[in-house]
Design a binder for this molecule. Structure first.
Ligand SMILES: *Cc1c(COP(=O)(O)O)cnc(C)c1O
Length: 424
């Protein structure tokens, strides 16, 4: 029997899934198979309770919430940093939760991009998320240099992936900084961050990783790999909610650096309310905070990170790989419907989602949504399907694959207009 006809097998995989119990801790929209957790993770009951607790503290305590709430709001960034640290293999003081992804990128690049003599270029990847490319070009322009000359975008050989060999070949005495993704947002390729860090350091290049698509899906070992700095968002695999506070990591050996973009929230906490005109930077990564945390966009992470602490990153990764392995195997049966897999098949090169390619991807995406399956679409031809270890079952994956087949077999997608919606 083909995998696509074998519902019992999907049920069997669910029956022996050690993380199956976490599904009930999430609000799953009724009647929906949610495969878009790589864009916006679903709400857990724990995150919901943490947010409601924050509202209640505001109601009861007003301004005193900064010191008397449990935990006190004043230390939110540091507290959540400490709770995030195990997800990325970092010591607690090297992580802080603050601001948003692109803002943290600027805060780190402003600090760590120090062009000097002929060492003035930044290496990134041509398939990077556009916000990163805009930000890097602007950081170069701020220093009155031309991005066309100074931003090296390592090209892709196949339109899907970036070869680590090509990135390393771009490292030279002219490069000051490398800013690279942990996993590519479209194809889901996972990069070898340990190897890239070692190669960057062999050329005296500082290396930063954008981990939006790897944090919460894949274990990281930043301290052991000796990564210089990193940043990520809280609303994808971390399930912190739309516009959730983001995070950043700075390796201990850089803690003495002065942040280039300063604000009072990066001041030493003991002295912050001295209101002194002299800036006294906080010890650790806390000094890269700029302003007052957006509390209600931060506290849901107390609940989310509790789930990660309970499940453990290794178990989450093991289930994520089992889910994407299963999805990829099912897609093998759908070749005759025109589907192809654009994500690397090797585990060590795969992040948390599967890029499903089809010439009619935008229309198939719309037909899937009409059937209650939520993917997202990335131009030109990719449907991203992210089965999430916490709340996607193997049976969900099996049903999603059946839908993919039935839509094309019945020509159902042809009823929809081509092209994407404003938020894809
Ligand atoms: C989602 C994502 C972002 C988002 O940036 P925001 O500042 O949170 O809007 C940036 N980079 C990558 C790689 C992403 O996947």
């Amino acid at each position: 029997m083909s995998l696509l006809d074998d519902e019992t097998y999907a049920r069997k995989l669910d029956a022996r899934d050690p993380l199956a119990g976490f599904r009930d801790r999430f609000h799953i929209p009724p009647g929906v198979i949610y495969l878009d957790g790589n864009s916006l993770g679903l709400l857990s009951r724990d995150a919901e309770a943490a947010l409601l607790r924050g509202l209640d503290q505001w109601k009861r305590l007003g301004i005193d919430g900064w010191t008397q709430a449990d935990p006190p709001w004043f230390f939110t960034g540091e507290d959540l940093g400490r709770l995030t640290a195990p997800l990325i293999g970092a010591e607690p003081e090297s992580v802080v939760v603050t601001a948003s992804t692109t803002v943290n990128l600027h805060a780190l690049v402003a600090t760590f991009y120090r062009p000097h003599r002929q060492r003035r270029k930044i290496v990134c990847a041509a398939l990077d998320f556009p916000s990163d490319l805009y930000a890097l070009a602007s950081e170069i322009e701020l220093r009155r240099r031309d991005p066309a000359e100074n931003l090296i975008m390592v090209p892709s050989r196949d339109g899907r992936t970036i070869a680590e060999d090509d990135i390393i070949a771009a490292f030279s005495k002219e490069v000051a900084l490398a800013v690279l993704p942990g996993a590519l947002y479209r194809s889901g390729q996972l990069l070898d961050m340990a190897r890239l860090t070692a190669a960057a350091h062999a050329h005296n290049i500082i290396i930063a990783f954008d981990c939006c698509h790897s944090i919460g899906a894949v274990p990281h070992h930043f301290d052991a790999w000796n990564v210089d700095c990193a940043f990520w968002c809280g609303y994808k695999y971390l399930n912190g909610g739309p516009g959730c506070a983001a995070g950043l990591y700075v390796n201990r050996r850089h803690w003495e650096r002065m942040p280039a973009l300063r604000g009072w929230w990066g001041n030493d906490k003991e002295r912050q309310f001295d209101m002194s005109p002299a800036y006294m930077p906080a010890p650790g990564a806390g000094r890269w905070q700029i302003s007052t945390p957006s509390l209600f966009a931060s506290v849901p992470l107390y609940g989310s990170l509790q789930l990660f602490a309970e499940a453990g990153m290794d178990a989450i990764r093991a289930k994520s790989l089992a889910l994407t392995d299963y999805l990829i195997a099912l897609l093998d049966d759908l070749e005759q419907d025109g589907y192809a897999v654009g994500t690397p098949l090797e585990h060590e090169r795969r992040g948390g989602h599967v890029a499903v390619e089809h010439a009619d991807a935008p229309r198939i995406g719309k037909a899937l949504k009409a059937r209650g399956v939520i993917p997202d679409f990335r131009p030109p031809n990719v449907l991203r399907l992210a089965p999430i270890a916490f709340y996607t079952s193997f049976h969900d994956v099996w049903r999603a694959a059946r839908h993919l087949h039935e839509i094309v077999a019945g020509g159902e997608h042809l009823r929809y207009a081509a092209g994407r919606d404003i938020v894809a």
